[in-house]
Design a protein around this ligand. Structure first.
Ligand code: ADP
Length: 264
């Protein structure tokens, strides 16, 4: 299933969750970033195109300025994202540079997706970067965003991005293998659901537990992202980003996940 999905998709959006980017000690997982950069570059040479949606600005900020860890005030958190975003992109730039690939950054808020002129410009920028072999890396502009205009989580942001770029496939990377009938962190007997033909049926049959240490949206926002993407004919794959060479493993069918089938 995953092999067919990857082989038939040319334009792929990959969302990287904070749990995938951060190591358990709170530092940024450079080995993961370099591995992803290498695999994306190899697949780009084979004709695939990628747009990344990367969380992790807070994690990267805290790794730099741990004395702010306990400051919960909104101004500090937004300031921390301003610092962390630079660190995050510096890490991505170094990771991709090892494979000889350039990256570009787009920071967006919910308002950008509501305005026709802005969406057209974002779309054109994405197409230009990708056509030139550059990997765009998107994040929410957390330093300027506020409750009324923010998307709030990168699962939904990645679905909006996939729709805007007319992607063929959306991949969400997390620290679990996919959607289970109950939270696998709390229930060792939880069963992985490999294919979701109907999201409404899935929602009524599974139980959703809380998100992880660095995660924001948890399973709820992943299902919202699936709802958005599949309604626009884009299948979504939720899979584990923690396994070595996971992109290659997905492409050769040796790694699975949960596939949300696109609606006709
Ligand atoms: P990320 O930062 O990767 O987006 P989140 O922490 O936001 O990750 O969401 C993933 C977490 O959702 C998993 O680590 C898991 O503990 C939790 N979760 C809750 N319910 C479920 C479920 N039914 N199936 C899978 N994971 C679940």
């Amino acid at each position: 299933m995953t092999r067919d999905l990857i082989s038939s998709a040319r334009k792929i959006v990959i969302k990287i969750g904070s749990n995938t980017l951060a190591k358990s000690d709170g530092s940024v997982n450079m080995a993961f970033m370099e591995g992803l950069a290498e695999q994306c570059t190899a697949l780009m040479k084979a004709g695939k195109q990628f747009v990344l949606v990367s969380s992790g600005a807070q994690v990267a900020g805290l790794a730099t300025l741990d004395r702010w860890a306990r400051k919960k005030d909104i101004h500090y958190r937004q300031a921390l994202c301003a610092i962390g975003q630079v660190e995050l992109m510096d890490n991505w730039r170094n990771a991709f540079a090892k494979s000889g690939t350039h990256i570009g950054q787009l920071l967006l808020t919910g308002e950008d997706f509501k305005d026709d002129q802005r969406t057209l410009n974002i779309r054109n920028t994405l197409f230009t970067l990708v056509d030139e072999g550059v990997v765009p890396i998107i994040n929410e502009n957390d330093s300027v965003s506020y409750e009324e205009i923010k998307i709030g989580d990168n699962d939904n942001l990645s679905a909006l991005t996939a729709i805007l770029w007319s992607a063929d496939l959306l991949i969400l990377l997390s620290d679990i293998d996919g959607v289970y009938d109950k939270n696998p962190k709390e229930h060792p007997d939880a069963q992985l659901i490999e294919v979701v033909p109907d999201l409404h049926i899935l929602k009524s049959t599974i139980s959703i537990g809380s998100a992880n240490s660095f995660g924001t949206g948890g399973m709820q926002t992943k299902l919202e992202a699936a709802d958005k993407a599949t309604a626009y004919g884009i299948p979504m794959l939720l899979t584990n980003g923690g396994r070595p060479r996971f992109l290659e493993a997905l492409a050769d069918g040796s790694q699975n996940g949960t596939v949300f089938l696109a609606k006709d």
